[in-house]
Design a protein around this ligand. Structure first.
Ligand SMILES: [Zn+2]
Length: 297
């Protein structure tokens, strides 16, 4: 079934959890572009995807979060852009096929500041996202997800770039990690007002801080537009340092409890961000199933 048909059914779909956390645990060297592992360690990326699929994820995100030209240029890897992105889609497709899951092409921030704070122009950003979207689409993803955005203009450039670079459903989510706003000061209401009218398939929040803060940002998105289709991939709570290790304390059971709260606010796609693991996603899948709203399935 095509992704958009599944959404029209009104079904709630489960997305995967954190990638960075798992890749670091699998030995990703500090300072290496995670996208480079798509060609160096494809079996490790595939194992990560499979772990989430076995946990119940119906949507997996390609390992291409930093796969735009501007971000790769910071790692001096822009000449590998096409190879890294194509390899990521091949790996994800191979993993998803037996499960009948959807593959979402993941796109993150450029890492550059837009003018006037920095030197990145709107058109330059839009072209970078259109380029990545075009490669991901050509390689065979089912949808595109622009996530962890903080700057509203960069998010708008990304959305427009993705919509013009590919003929696919596009999702945009921002990280509300600074007292109810993104680091760049964007409110949930501003995200909804500015980006939903562009023709997105879903909109929402990811990463952020605590589950409570994510729920509040999510509630505001819902209130800003009762009809928009909402996507949520929260962190498994706040990170803290244990020696030199970053740890997240939210248990799979607590995470699943919040999945039900997000559903009550109308979330149609629920997954996880930093700190969430296959165990968290499995708990979400069980909770959503065992408390299915009567008549909804
Ligand atoms: Zn995150």
């Amino acid at each position: 079934m095509r992704f958009q048909e599944a959404l029209q059914d009104g079904r709630i779909l489960i997305a995967d959890g954190a990638a960075g956390t798992l890749l670091q645990a699998a030995g990703l060297p500090a300072g290496m572009a995670p996208e480079e592992w798509n060609v160096l360690e494809p079996t490790k990326i595939e194992a990560m995807h499979r772990a989430y699929l076995e946990a119940g994820a119906q949507i997996i995100l390609t390992n291409t979060f930093g796969g735009n030209r501007l971000k790769l240029a910071r790692m001096k890897k822009e000449s590998e852009l096409e190879r890294f992105n194509r390899a990521a889609v091949e790996i994800a497709r191979r993993a998803a096929e037996p499960f009948g899951a959807w593959v979402a092409g993941d796109m993150g921030p450029t890492g550059e500041l837009m003018v006037p704070l920095g030197s990145l122009t709107f058109d330059e950003a839009r072209r970078a996202y259109a380029e990545q979207a075009g490669i991901l689409a050509d390689a065979g993803v089912d949808l595109l997800v622009i996530e962890t955005m903080s700057d509203l203009e960069e998010a708008r450039a990304a959305a427009l770039g993705a919509l013009e670079g590919a003929d696919l459903p596009v999702v945009v989510t921002m990280s509300f990690d600074t007292r109810g706003r993104t680091m760049m000061g964007v409110t949930p209401e501003q995200l909804m007002e500015t980006l939903w009218p562009l023709g997105l398939t879903a909109i929402g929040a990811n990463c952020g801080r605590s589950l409570e803060e994510n729920l509040e940002a999510f509630r505001r998105l819902r209130e800003a537009n009762p009809k928009a289709r909402l996507w949520i991939k929260p962190n498994a709570g706040l990170p803290r340092l244990d020696g030199d290790r970053v740890v997240y304390d939210v248990t799979p059971a607590q995470f699943a409890e919040f999945a039900l709260k997000f559903r009550a606010y109308g979330a149609q796609i629920i997954g996880g961000c930093c700190g969430s693991t296959p165990a968290h996603i499995a708990a979400v899948a069980r909770a959503l199933q065992s408390s299915a709203v009567p008549g909804s399935e």
